[in-house]
Design a protein around this ligand. Structure first.
Ligand code: CA
Length: 296
């Protein structure tokens, strides 16, 4: 393990678009994905084994399931996934969701175990075509937000009263009042504005002090922000430009795991960042909080 504060590459086969880092406490492993490579990974820090599973279509996010196994948000919709058998079981597709036009992207579970995941257009256009969906434990699916560009960076505040959400092209973090009993959100407002020149906000996670960590796509960094003041508190530099997601893990939740991408990089750019698409870890001096699991 590297010294505190030092970013360490984890030896894995690079992903095209690595994403979706989340610590699965039940198995003490990091779950992550390659969206374009259509793969779900289970990385075990104790053995350094990184098991990959082909899920047959683009996968936007992975979350643990409280009763065992995993849940996925795939191009076509929500699905359960059994890593032992490799079986993917798609749930009924939301009627608004057209997988020819949009695909599922980032998502997380809320403190009550509902699975939130958003969509984004397959081909960039002038109009935001994505939505944010909520899958409840009873299997029902609701549209929570319309007109989303690229749905990313979902996290809940420590007091469970605020939902943080990143629509990447807007270059900001928005907050909503969140009702943990009903799962309703209201009162959208901007809490962090990303200044020019430091990359685009992608995946996010909360630390034990209530601060928000954000992976910066094309920013060569993970950043730590105070969502109450909008202030940038800390920058952890990485040897790759396209940092995509971050999650605290390890038995003490004191290690920040980071994914990255090598998609759309030129040969020259790849030569300058040969670790692009790889997995990284760093102990930034603060702990994370446990991720929530899907209760359905
Ligand atoms: Ca993302």
């Amino acid at each position: 393990m590297a010294n505190a504060g030092e970013v360490e590459p984890i030896p894995v086969v690079p992903a095209t678009l690595g994403e979706g880092a989340i610590w699965n406490a039940a198995v003490q492993c990091l779950q992550w994905i390659d969206i374009i490579g259509q793969r779900v990974f289970t990385y075990d820090p104790a053995t350094s084994e990184n098991r990959g599973y082909d899920v047959g279509q683009k996968v936007g996010t992975v979350v643990p399931r409280a009763h065992g196994g995993l849940m996925l948000a795939l191009q076509e919709g929500f699905a359960s996934f059994d890593a032992d058998t490799g079986r993917v079981a798609l749930l009924p597709r939301p009627p608004e969701h057209d997988p020819q036009v949009v695909r599922f992207n980032d998502g997380k579970c809320d403190p009550s175990g509902r699975f939130w995941a958003g969509t984004m257009a397959l081909v960039k256009g002038p109009k935001p075509l994505g939505r944010l969906y909520r899958l409840d434990a009873d299997g029902s699916i609701r549209v929570m937000l319309q007109d989303v560009g690229t749905s990313n960076g979902i996290a809940w505040s420590l007091d469970r009263r605020t939902l943080y959400f990143i629509d990447t092209p807007l270059l900001r973090v928005d907050a909503f009042d969140y009702d943990d009993v009903t799962g309703a959100i209201a009162n959208r407002r901007t809490v962090i504005s990303i200044p020019p020149g430091i990359g685009r906000p992608d995946g996010s996670t909360l630390d034990a002090e209530g601060m928000l960590w954000i992976a910066m796509y094309d920013g060569w960094a993970a950043t730590r922000w105070n969502p109450r003041t909008g202030e940038l508190l800390q920058t952890v530099r990485l040897p790759v430009a396209r940092v995509t997601s971050c999650a605290f893990g390890g038995p003490e939740l004191d290690t920040l795991f980071l994914t990255s991408a090598r998609e759309k990089l030129s040969e020259e750019q790849l030569a300058a960042q040969p670790l692009a698409g790889g997995l990284f870890r760093v102990r930034p001096g603060v702990r994370g909080v446990p991720a929530f699991s899907y209760q359905g």
